[in-house]
Design a protein around this ligand. Structure first.
Ligand SMILES: Cc1cc2nc3c(=O)[nH]c(=O)nc-3n(C[C@H](O)[C@H](O)[C@H](O)COP(=O)(O)OP(=O)(O)OC[C@H]3O[C@@H](n4cnc5c(N)ncnc54)[C@H](O)[C@@H]3O)c2cc1C
Length: 417
């Protein structure tokens, strides 16, 4: 067992951890900051492209890069799993027993997939038509399942209870599948269901309304208030619980030929019961400053913190500069002025070649970046290019390189327009 000390310790080298580390290193004083990053993963994934892998648009290989090449120069990488945080003694314990002490801590280990929250799911995944875009292990199988659908088949696309990564992703793949079936001339002969425990298609009413029309246009059944609770892969049966309304508590067992599952998601185990987390295991931060509510030298961003935004890499793109600015101010003894406004973005793939670019801030206010190019609630061919070409470029070459000053205006959009 060894103990070391660093001024700034970052837990997690995902979208958030790499962006913050790279951005801190871009500042003139970065090199003197003594930053370290902790993450056990060998591979870094650009997860927003998983939808396109499942939809047969890009290959899985394109979504991943070796972690080694992404950790910024001058930042040591501790390839270990954080197993506990003691905020009073300012120490992080690692799985191998080592201790890393810090002056400032950034916590961003993302979410883990909780397969066991759905009975039978773990055993069922990857065969018998049961797939998931949420894991690189099963995302390629999604496209195989879609291609295998034939006239008369039934396909289900299930959404897990929130919070999950990219809450729009479970329905994005339903539209890509429906579009594929339409191109094959068999859409009308298949039965497609989008199932969600939520009461509407999307958290922001402006987009929810438009998505009802998209689903109806394909003839997709919208089974709202339906929570997937059990999968029997061998028998090809899925059980849904009705979570509200007059049939609350009833179970429905339905046969499927394909079942795309968004598994339940939670924070990594070390955050559950931690002094820095809420009861659900999310790091409790102020939703604007991203500073911990009790421990001023701790910040959190990305999927693992309590901010009530849509959990997306797009959100991380706006959160990272705030964390960087506020840590720098704290070190300099200045007041914290960096404020995150809740921006999140969900590029909804309404068809192969069309994206409805949902962008919004806290309170569900619609704030498109390019309103003069496409109406935000309409599937657009240009936005498809933005999603498939521009955003991956932005991620790998700007965001993960710490160019946080990348100019991106947001417009207050009048939804009556
Ligand atoms: C299917 C799918 C579609 C998506 N679509 C979009 C989209 O279209 N647009 C969009 O903006 N976002 C999308 N997202 C969401 C986006 O990928 C996440 O919001 C984003 O990656 C969150 O960044 P993060 O750094 O918080 O977590 P991650 O990027 O998941 O990184 C977490 C890192 O922490 C590490 N870690 C975990 N536990 C520990 C530990 N104990 N110790 C040390 N390190 C640890 C992990 O190894 C990982 O490297 C999608 C995600 C999925 C799965």
């Amino acid at each position: 067992m060894s103990e070391r000390h660093h001024k700034i310790v970052i837990i997690g080298a995902g979208a958030a951890g790499i962006s913050v580390a790279a951005s801190l290193m871009r500042h003139a004083e970065g090199k003197s900051l003594d930053i370290v990053i902790i993450d056990p993963a060998q591979t870094h994934y650009y997860q927003p492209e998983f939808t396109l892998v499942g939809g047969g648009v890009v290959k899985l290989d394109k979504t991943r890069r070796p972690m080694k090449g992404l950790i910024p120069d001058g930042v040591p990488w501790i390839q270990q799993t954080a197993s506990a945080i003691d905020p009073d003694s300012q120490r992080v314990s690692l799985q191998n027993g080592d201790i890393v002490a810090y002056d400032y801590l950034v916590v961003c280990p993302g979410l883990v997939l909780d397969y066991d929250a759905i009975e039978g799911l773990r055993q069922a995944l990857g065969k018998n038509g049961v797939c998931s875009n949420y894991s690189p292990d099963y995302v390629e199988y999604t496209w195989q399942c879609i291609q295998a659908l034939k006239a008369g088949d039934k396909a289900f696309f299930s959404q897990a209870p929130l919070p999950i990564k990219c809450p729009g992703a479970p329905q994005k793949i339903a539209y890509l599948a429906a579009d594929h079936l339409r191109r094959q001339g068999i859409l009308a002969d298949c039965e497609l269901h989008f199932t969600s425990p939520g009461p509407s298609m999307f958290g922001v009413p402006y987009f929810a309304k438009a998505l009802v029309e998209v689903a109806d246009g394909y003839g997709i059944h919208k089974d709202l208030l339906h929570k997937l609770v059990k999968v029997d892969g061998e028998a090809k049966k899925a059980t849904f619980e009705i979570v509200d309304g007059e049939h609350k508590g009833e179970l429905k067992e339905l046969e499927f030929d394909m079942l795309h599952v968004a598994p339940h998601q939670t924070t990594p185990a070390f955050l559950h019961g931690s002094a820095i987390s809420n009861e659900a295991g999310f790091v409790e931060v102020d939703q604007h400053s991203l500073q911990h509510v009790k421990y001023p030298n701790i910040f959190s961003l990305g999927d693992a913190c309590t901010t009530p935004n849509s959990k997306t890499a797009a959100a991380v793109r706006k959160q990272s500069p705030v964390v960087v600015q506020n840590i720098k101010s704290l070190i300099a003894g200045e007041s914290l002025v960096g404020r995150y406004n809740g921006y999140g973005s969900c590029p909804l793939t309404t068809a192969r070649g069309k994206v409805m670019m949902a962008e919004f801030i806290y309170g569900g206010k619609v704030t498109p970046t390019l309103p003069y190019i496409a109406k935000p609630n309409v599937g657009s061919a240009i936005m498809w290019q933005v999603k498939t070409k521009f955003l991956p470029l932005l991620y790998w070459n700007y965001m993960l390189k710490g160019y946080e000053k990348f100019i991106e205006p947001q417009y207050d959009y009048d939804i009556e327009e």
